[in-house]
Design a protein around this ligand. Sequence first.
Ligand code: HEM
Length: 410
Amino acid sequence: MTHASLLGQITDYANRANPYPLYEELRKTPVLHEEGGPYVISSYWDIKNLLHDPRISSDAANLAAAGDDELSEPEQTGLPPSFIRLDPPEHDRLRRIANSSFGPPHRPTRIDSMRGELGQIVTGLIDGFGDTRQIDLVDQFAYPFPVTVICRLLGVPREDEPRFRAWVDPIVAGLDPDTRTGADSVFKQTAQDARMQLGMYLAGLVEERTKEPREDMLSDLVTSHGPDGAMTTMEVLATSVLLLIAGHETTVNLITNGMLTLLRHPEYLHRLREDPGLSVRIVEELLRYEPPVQLVPQRTCIADITVRGVTIPKGSRIWLVLAAGNRDPERFEDPDRFDPDRGDIQHLGLGSGIHSCFGAPLARLEAQIALSELARRLDNPRLVEDPPPYRQNAVLRGPRHLNIAFDGLH
Ligand code: HEM
């Protein structure tokens, strides 16, 4: 297998259902560089070290300069990059302001206080299966659940979902490296237009909250005047777009990958039914074994960096393949085994370092409640189709549909 074909195969939709043998191949060349392409890093410790290395930049401007034919966002959309695409000190300031609303230290966080509400949403969705004996878990549960949660958290009307979904879909498609060739710039332009429209939609809500703040995160973002000062309106909009998208496009895949994995390993489904507390370890092992974010393709070196004797020149683009690191046998024993009982599950599924997932407490809690309730309430659940059909996206990977048959509800 040539290296040139290896990256192509990873992004090839035909391999979406099981990319793990390709990642095993990839780890044989821990710093892979094909002509004109990014430097691809696939071993656990290399990824972890680079995620903590200040010579690796997340700044959208550096990525554009590195030859990613990304359009300059502020020029094209009027929206500045959100903090996931910024370096310190801007990144840290914006993340701290957002965090003062999401999970301030030393008092019960917004997320802790939502536990009961999350349970009610899950119960409502499962009750909604009614008398049917077969469901599509994605459309009937795994998508609507985190969407409802992030809408309530931010203060975005849930009934507007069909409107913002039309903008979110092209933005997410624009993250897929498979859109590089040919139609690439069309894709990128469409994604940027959609981001601007989503920003304009949110601007209406932000204006309302500025006049009349409520108990939601949009209100907190516009009114926050802590030690870091206030966000500008543009920063509020960029942050809201980021939270709205990151808040549901990943969790849907964690829940769906989770149920698929449990149905393939029914002993854990049975154990979870008896002991909902096991959901904590199951979710951690899922974030290792089937991570919803497979790779981080948006990093640039801002100095020469040597990894395993290979010098990655300043200005190069880097891909960090989290899902390959998570199955690195140098780090995890028997890595291809789904084993929530393994003592040590320090996965890369939520990233690491300063950009590590901002929504991690919420993502974990949503998945724990969702999986333990599905295990408890579905009588004799079984997969209708294995493997299920997957979404196109190679970065945010998960089934598009997951049809499950069952004998009734408890
Ligand atoms: C960052 C994964 C859920 C908000 C990240 C990163 C990963 C990740 C891997 C690091 C990206 C990088 O290094 O460039 C996930 C997964 C989730 C999830 C697997 C669900 C299972 C959420 C939720 C929210 C959220 C629910 C919001 C409520 C963010 C934000 C960042 C981020 C804002 C950027 C952090 C920064 O740049 O400082 N996430 N995420 N995520 N995530 Fe999540």
